[in-house]
Ligand binder design. Structure first.
Ligand SMILES: *[C@@H]1O[C@H](CO)[C@@H](O)[C@H](O)[C@H]1NC(C)=O
Ligand SMILES: *[C@@H]1O[C@H](CO)[C@@H](O)[C@H](O)[C@H]1NC(C)=O
Ligand SMILES: *[C@@H]1O[C@H](CO)[C@@H](O)[C@H](O)[C@H]1NC(C)=O
Ligand SMILES: *[C@@H]1O[C@H](CO)[C@@H](O)[C@H](O)[C@H]1NC(C)=O
Ligand SMILES: *[C@@H]1O[C@H](CO)[C@@H](O)[C@H](O)[C@H]1NC(C)=O
Ligand SMILES: *[C@@H]1O[C@H](CO)[C@@H](O)[C@H](O)[C@H]1NC(C)=O
Ligand SMILES: *[C@@H]1O[C@H](CO)[C@@H](O)[C@H](O)[C@H]1NC(C)=O
Length: 407
């Protein structure tokens, strides 16, 4: 019997070390080796045995194994050659994110409500939440099982429930992306007015580095609908408004139950209301739930919440809800974008000279720093910089791609 993770890992790595097992349940190595579709993943697990050897004693694990097709989706580009240096740190983090704590059989999944499953990923760079970063798992109509990871990336289950002596393997068609920080994510989702407002209010560090947060982020249109009613605020006033959108606890969408109040960072409650299939936060409608970030979760809503109007009620008969600030006045310019540090999605201002380089959204003026040269280093810091300049998903995927060349 394989009792220790060490022996399971050893069995995965080498066929010679096989665990005798009364039920004849194969070991992980046998299962992976037997699936021609998993040869790339198996190669990575053999190359980075520490992912398995470091396992604490969980009651089994679920290995979300990306198929060879998943690896072939890696976008090769100027990033490719850069990863021949092989960023072990990033690859190990990515592999850890593909292993769920506990055995999870697809056959037991109930359709509908998503579940948020802790993984082995503990690196605080991606995981400033307690208990390990999560993956969202939902069974959709037609029995399609999907795993949603950072930046809204979706992976579909293709082969379910391959049992091994330490748990179960689920084959997925796309790599999971470890959740990145708030600003990486707001950039990816075009939530630029909110991000700019955090800088303008001087509370960007609170939003980025407080562990365990839930942030209700208004889409850009919510800020545009307010215009001077929000851009005219002092930074202190603005900070109070933004703190009202941050909860000091992680609440994924299933926790946003009807008629529930949550205390926000500014000391006021927000109220959740359900109406039909719609969910409201005060009077703002939930547009996109459950975008995972390193320190918690973002829910996108259609209005900026007003701490001075905590009793605002939605009108479920209309689509986009009315602004809840006095003297709101719609503007077409995107508020607060000139408060953003110019690293990504920089507003195209008429004053700046033409420094933007092709193929990069960076307008820092460092136009000679191409994506390829940013990725040519194996250091975490420089990989991080590359992700900040707009290659989030591609960067991680390319990390694996580069590694594969050396397997
Ligand atoms: C390998 O695959 C074959 C058929 O696909 C199956 O019969 C066998 O049980 C598998 N062995 C393991 C160890 O999974
Ligand atoms: C994060 O939240 C959990 C409960 O959801 C709590 O147990 C834990 O102490 C929190 N961690 C931090 C660092 O605040
Ligand atoms: C994680 O949270 C701690 C506070 O518990 C904070 O000091 C640290 O900067 C955060 N790390 C990251 C990478 O966000
Ligand atoms: C981002 O939001 C702005 C304002 O809503 C919009 O004009 C722009 O087209 C959006 N960009 C993308 C890439 O969606
Ligand atoms: C927030 O709501 C809770 C629970 O409903 C209540 O006990 C608390 O007094 C409220 N706090 C504020 C500041 O309104
Ligand atoms: C939500 O709660 C409110 C207040 O208790 C109630 O009037 C409403 O019917 C509830 N909505 C749903 C969808 O259950
Ligand atoms: C967010 O994370 C990226 C790496 O993904 C890092 O380069 C960037 O500095 C972080 N942003 C902030 C404001 O800390």
């Amino acid at each position: 019997m394989c009792h220790s993770w060490g022996s399971i890992a050893a069995a995965a790595i080498s066929f010679a070390l096989s665990c005798a097992n009364a039920q004849d349940v194969p070991n992980l190595g046998d299962v992976l080796a037997n699936q021609t579709d998993l040869s790339t993943f198996y190669g990575l697990i053999q190359k980075y045995p520490q992912v398995l050897l470091q396992l604490p004693s969980y009651q089994g694990v679920t290995v979300l194994a990306p198929s060879n097709d998943a690896f072939s989706k890696i976008p090769y580009s100027s990033l490719n050659g850069a990863f021949q240096n092989n960023d072990d740190d990033v690859i190990i983090d990515v592999l850890e994110y593909h292993i769920l704590q506990g055995t999870r059989l697809a056959a037991q999944l109930v359709p509908g409500t998503p579940e948020f499953l802790p993984t082995l990923l503990k690196d605080p760079f991606y995981t400033n939440v307690t208990g390990g970063q999560v993956v969202e798992n939902v069974k959709q109509a037609g029995d399609v099982v999907v795993f949603v990871s950072g930046q809204g990336s979706r992976s579909t289950l293709t082969t379910a429930d391959l049992k091994f002596d330490g748990g179960v393997v689920q084959i997925i068609d796309t790599l999971l992306i470890p959740p990145t920080n708030l600003t990486d994510t707001t950039n990816a989702f075009n939530l630029t007015a909110f991000e700019g407002a955090l800088y303008a209010a001087g509370i960007i560090d609170i939003a980025l580095y407080t562990p365990n947060v839930t942030i209700f982020v208004s889409w850009n249109e919510g800020f545009q609908a307010l215009g001077p009613a929000i851009t005219g605020m002092t930074s202190q006033e603005l900070a109070q408004v933004l703190k009202y959108t941050i909860l000091p606890q992680v609440v994924y969408s299933p926790g946003l139950t009807n008629d529930t109040k949550f205390l926000a960072l500014n000391g006021e409650n927000i109220t959740i209301m359900h109406n039909g299939n719609n969910l409201y936060v005060n009077s703002a409608q939930l547009l996109t739930p459950d975008i995972l970030i390193a320190n918690g979760v973002i829910h996108v809503i259609d209005n900026v919440l007003n701490p001075q109007g905590p009793n605002a009620q939605p009108n479920p008969r209309i689509g986009t809800q009315a602004p809840v600030f006095a003297s709101a006045s719609m503007v077409t310019n995107l508020p607060f974008t000139n408060s953003l540090p110019c690293t990504v999605s920089c507003p195209v201002t008429t004053t700046s000279s033409a420094t933007s380089s092709t193929g990069s959204s960076s307008a820092t003026g460092d136009s000679t720093t191409t994506s390829a040269s940013v990725f040519s280093s194996s250091s975490r810091a420089q990989a991080a910089v590359a992700r900040e300049t707009g290659f989030g998903a591609a960067g991680l995927v390319a990390a694996l791609g580069g590694a594969l060349l050396l397997v």
